[in-house]
Write a new protein. Structure first.
Lengths: 540, 378
């Protein structure tokens, strides 16, 4: 178990440091005598010696005990002295178990391993746990408390009581109390004590606590059993709640990715009614802009790496937006009113753009790094949230709000809505409709570009990046309701959450298939999406 | 002429008949060093193209005559292919790598103990042949029934057909579906006892493909030149008006969609023994859209044009991917854009308008003039 190994390493390192500082006193001789006695004893006698060491409460015994548990404690055949043997290349290095002094290299043949069995290992880890409970290093104390919680070693109770009384750190004391409760549950103490212990464990409320209580419920009877069972039910409930929370979080995270991918499409398809199959390629362009910005920063100004995404955002918007305007002027404006032809032409365009990127940047994935403020994670209750995902959700919402403001609160947004609602009337009012068309398409494409900046953080930046999003994006827009940004928001988040809730039952691929089938059926029921436009606009 | 065949249509049928006879003869009887010899590679290649042409024909029937742009016809094609592939897998019998007389190799590999129920019957050719038509037909019928009844039209229909084939793509990639996962079905040995590696078998499959294409063409002609065909064109040009006149538009659409899917299934079934493999990649949405562009290049609503478009584009593809592989996607993408912008009636439309311009207009009866979607133009 990796945790156990790390614990031992910490304990060993700390204990060695402590021992090295305190020097060798008179009682070190009794300690050494006990350790040397380990060499000849049988398993039962070894256990007795280890318990003596525990009773002496001497932290200096920890390195020797840890080495014993790891099988590193060996007898030097030449003089019968017990040493810690550490592998050093092909030979071994001998270390004094008490003073931690380097005793020089020894040959493997000259060593005799002190054997341990599983029972001894258990005893050792419990003893080491209790001995380290009073270490000066808080992280060692915390690890020791957790070790006792895991071993549920009743013999550690006295040490634990002392340690709790002496403990100044609240967090560690809580863990110690929990460990104490776990240990108490292994004893035959009076019922009130055990009931109190159950309450303490139940309050902790995670999977470990549940396992502990189930073993109690299995072995105990009467009131204890009843209370343990009740507490298990409570813990299960709260665990289920947290797992629902985790699912919702993953779902929102996926939903925000869908939202980012689809929101540009909500403009070009939803508002303008243009089927842009090259939409995914706009996302791809945004991702490649991010890649290029990072390349430039890497070679010329590495200090700016943390703000590379912020630099990439406006550039990606402008690049993808400019490409969008060119597409509208060059191709799409000739095909207004012929949606099926638009679909085919933009599909062809997407092939051309993909191949162009493939020719320029190569077919392989490009490396886009994450800035430091996007890596790492934090815990919220029973949830683990990564900063990258948090930022993408925040970013998606920000883009959504920004777009909403542009559409509802600016002159350009007003003109855009006017043109899409009644082109001829808008034209009569003096709006340059062709110009508005081009800019609207550019806006949608630009938003796809900045989505690409965000998606470069969670997806492979390759020429196929856009392809993987195009069907999902259309599904979101159609599901949410064409011509309605709010519909896109709700659609994206719903699909994300539904997908994540299906995954545990059906698996990732089948979950996705089910969602697709669900949307296909949903469109039969409500051909215009969840938030359909009403009135005359529907028929146009 | 019967079925309202135009001169182009007759020429098309005649050239198919000639090819069906001549190509096998030139391959099997003429010495391989003669200039008249048709290599086996080419027989297989063009046999494949004929299957594509049949697929294009099926798309033209729904798109050109009924205005339903399906971006999921590749799914029907692949389903037909899988039905045939399953039979070919069963016919391998104990000649497989693992020598299991019942289970195909991939099932033995996955440690399956017995044949899944939906593989039953595929050891019989007649059953597989029935499934080639019924499986895509049933899918199209159910899908179309839902879609047309709730009046999903235009691009919405295109997008959900695309979602359909995408969902099937994902599904067939799964190993536990029992269709070989991403490797698909392959290593076929023979069909009806004929060795698939044999030149004669390949020539036979080529001839069969030509006959199927001719049959498909005649069937489509029969449909579009009948009264039903007139209604279909009416649906294409003014769906609401047709409905108000009293036709059950969705019934007509459902009928033609299902027939078209069955044709696509037959094309897939002929395709699989010739290329020797069927895998989930055939469900990729890109394949379906590519098939649509064949129709657009040849000219939608012309049938002959669709088939010719499939041949022209695929010959071009073979040449490009051989000579300038990195430029093929540019060419294909450019073709999409060029055809939609400058050739809305396709190559055949170009030829026809030339003829109309140079000589007296000889418009064959029953050949519809493509009217750009009225609904869209409004």
């Amino acid at each position: 178990m990796p945790f156990g190994i790390t614990l031992r390493r910490i304990v060993l390192a700390v204990a060695l440091a402590v021992v090295g500082a305190s020097g060798v006193g008179a009682h070190a001789d009794t300690l050494r005598a006990r350790i040397d006695a380990l060499a000849t004893a049988d398993f039962a006698a070894k256990e007795a010696i280890i318990n003596e060491l525990a009773a002496a409460g001497d932290a200096e015994a920890v390195p020797a005990l840890t080495a014993l548990g790891n099988g590193d404690l060996q007898v030097r055949k030449t003089d019968g002295k017990v040493i810690i043997a550490v592998r050093d290349g092909n030979s071994y290095k001998a270390i004094d178990p008490v003073s931690a002094a380097d005793l020089g290299p020894v040959d493997r043949a000259a060593l005799d391993k002190i054997r341990v069995n599983n029972n001894l290992r258990r005893v050792i880890s419990a003893v080491v746990g209790s001995l380290t409970l009073r270490s000066k290093d808080p992280s060692v104390r915390r690890a020791a408390a957790d070790a006792v919680f895991k071993s549920r070693d009743a013999s550690a109770l006295d040490v634990l009581d002392e340690a709790i009384a002496a403990e100044t750190d609240n967090g560690i004391r809580r863990r110690m109390v929990l460990a104490r409760a776990a240990a108490i549950l292994q004893t035959n103490r009076p019922e009130p004590d055990r009931l109190a212990a159950i309450a303490v464990v139940a309050e902790h409320g995670n999977q470990d606590a549940k396992d502990l209580l189930s073993s109690v419920a299995a072995s105990a009877d009467g009131e204890v059993k009843r209370k343990a069972t009740a507490s298990i039910a409570l813990i299960e409930q709260s665990l289920a709640m947290w797992s629902v929370g985790q699912n919702i979080w993953y779902g929102l995270s996926l939903g925000s990715v869908l939202l980012l991918a689809a929101i540009g499409l909500a403009i070009t398809f939803g508002v303008m009614g243009v089927i842009n199959m090259a939409h995914g390629e706009m996302v791809m362009i945004g991702a490649y802009v991010t890649f290029m910005v990072q390349e430039v920063i890497r070679t010329s100004a590495p200090a700016l790496f943390d703000v590379s995404l912020l630099i990439a955002l406006p550039l990606a918007f402008l690049t993808a937006g400019a490409v969008g305007v060119v597409i509208e002027r060059g191709i799409i404006r000739w095909l207004y009113g012929r949606p099926l032809e638009t679909l085919l032409a933009t599909w062809g365009l997407s092939l051309v753009l993909q191949q162009a990127v493939r020719s320029i940047f190569g077919p392989t994935n490009r490396e886009v790094g994450a800035p430091s403020w996007m890596s790492g994670a934090f815990e919220l209750g029973g949830l683990t949230l990564t900063y990258g995902r948090v930022w993408i959700i925040v970013f998606a919402i920000a883009v959504f709000i920004l777009l909403l403001v542009v559409l509802k609160r600016t002159a350009f947004g007003l003109q855009m809505r006017a043109v899409t609602q009644n082109r001829r009337m808008a034209s009569s009012m003096g709006i340059r409709t062709t110009w508005v068309d081009a800019l609207t398409f550019g806006l949608g494409s630009g938003v796809a570009g900045i989505a690409g900046v965000a998606l470069s953080q969670i997806d492979n930046v390759s020429p196929n990046l856009g392809q993987s999003y195009i069907i999902d994006s259309f599904m979101v827009v159609v599901f949410g309701g064409v011509g309605n940004l709010w519909g896109t928001l709700v659609g994206a988040l719903t699909l994300g959450v539904v997908n994540k809730f299906l995954e545990p039952y059906a698996g990732a691929v089948l979950g996705k298939i089910l969602v697709l089938v669900f949307i296909i059926l949903f469109i039969q029921k409500r051909p215009r999406g969840m938030f359909a436009l009403k009135g005359r606009a529907v028929e146009s | 002429m019967p079925l309202g065949l135009s001169r182009i249509g007759v020429a098309f049928l005649l050239s198919l008949a000639v090819a069906a006879v001549l190509v096998p003869v030139l391959n099997l009887t003429v010495a391989s060093d003669s200039t008249w010899h048709v290599s086996t590679t080419n027989v297989v290649l063009f046999g494949k193209y004929l299957c594509y042409a049949l697929l294009a024909l099926s798309i033209d029937l729904v798109w050109g005559y009924c205005g339903i742009l399906s971006l999921g016809h590749g799914a029907f094609f692949a389903l037909g292919g899988y039905a045939m592939g399953m039979h070919l897998m069963r016919e391998i019998g104990s000649r497989g790598v693992y020598g299991n007389p019942v289970l195909p190799d991939f099932m033995v590999f996955l440690n399956w103990k017995e044949l899944p129920w939906y593989w039953y019957g595929f050891d019989q050719f007649w059953f597989a042949a029935l499934m080639v038509v019924l499986a895509p037909g049933a899918l199209a019928f159910v899908f179309g029934m839902f879609a047309f009844r709730s009046r999903v039209t235009g691009v919405y229909l295109s997008i959900i057909t695309q979602a359909m084939t995408f969902a099937l793509l994902l599904a067939f990639f799964r190993n536990d579906m029992g269709f070989g996962g991403n490797n698909g079905l392959t290593d076929f040995k023979g069909v009806l006892g004929f060795d698939l590696q044999n030149n004669a078998t390949r020539c036979g499959l080529f001839a069969l493909s030509a006959i199927a294409l001719a049959g498909g063409f005649l069937a489509c002609r029969a449909i579009v030149s009948s009264k039903l065909g007139k209604v279909l064109v009416a649906v294409r040009d003014a769906e609401s008006r047709t409905r108000f006149i009293g036709y059950r538009v969705e019934h007509y659409k459902l009928f033609v969609f299902t027939v078209s899917a069955m044709m696509a299934g037959v094309a897939g079934a002929l395709y699989v023994p010739q290329v020797g493999i069927i895998n989930p990649g055939e469900f990729a949405p890109a394949n379906s859209i590519e098939a649509v562009i064949w129709v657009a290049v040849g000219g939608r609503g012309t049938l002959v044009g669709a088939a010719l478009g499939a041949l022209v584009v695929n010959v071009g593809k073979s040449w490009f991917t051989g000579a300038l592989p990195e430029l093929w996607l540019f060419a294909l993408g450019g073709l999409f854009i060029f055809v939609t912008l400058f050739l809305p009636k396709g190559l055949l439309g170009l030829v026809r308008s030339r003829r109309v311009a140079s000589a007296a207009p000889v418009e064959a009866p029953g050949e519809p003039v493509t009217v750009i979607d009225r609904q869209a133009a409004e």
